[in-house]
Design a protein around this ligand. Structure first.
Ligand SMILES: [Fe+2]
Length: 191
């Protein structure tokens, strides 16, 4: 059941906001790389994939002026944007998704140093899937074109990730960076 609903939700996101859907697909691929490196079993790999693919599915409920703007957000807009994880949680709880997937999505904007949202969790109290998705999410965002900026080069993105180490689980970040090079990123992005 979960995989049919996962695909339906993904295609809904694709129809609503293509850029977010493509980003989500990339994040799922990067998350798989970290999952394999960690030796996760097949059930965990499947759940991690679903969590990464749907990590931003709550954005379907946000207005275009938030999703497709090229300017920075006002304080109010930022708060509204942050609701995407709350919306996703409500949606997926109602659809009967497993807790591990929902937690991976709900907490993917937490930071290892406790400065993230939605609850300000820190360290390993942040669920593993969320810590993995956080790294994959930021790396793909940095290396993708945004309405307000050009993509960073792979090296620039690696430097940003290294400089913001407090934000991420260092062990997972080190694992991820071992795999990052141009041909791998091109494969993920299908360039
Ligand atoms: Fe997000």
């Amino acid at each position: 059941m979960t995989s049919d609903v996962t695909h339906s939700l993904f295609y809904m996101l694709l129809a609503r906001d293509r850029a977010t859907a493509i980003h989500s697909r990339n994040v799922a691929k990067y998350a798989m790389t970290i999952g394999v490196a960690l030796g996760l079993d097949s059930e965990d790999m499947k759940e991690l994939y679903i969590a990464a693919l749907l990590h931003d599915c709550g954005k379907v409920a946000l207005p275009d002026k938030l999703l497709k703007t090229s300017r920075s957000y006002t304080r109010w807009e930022k708060q509204m944007m942050q609701q995407h994880v709350v919306i996703a949680k409500k949606l997926l709880v109602n659809l009967g998704f497993p807790k591990k997937i929902i937690d991976g999505i709900y907490y993917h904007h937490e930071r290892y140093d406790g400065m993230g949202y939605v609850e300000g969790l820190r360290g390993e109290s942040i669920p593993l899937f969320a810590r993995i998705i956080a790294i994959a999410d930021v790396f793909d965002a940095l290396t993708s074109k945004r309405p307000y900026r050009d993509p960073l080069s792979i090296q620039q993105a690696i430097d940003v990730l290294k400089e913001s180490k407090g934000q991420f689980d260092e062990e997972l970040l080190d694992i991820f960076l071992r795999y990052i090079n141009k041909s791998y990123v091109d494969t993920v992005k299908n360039i």
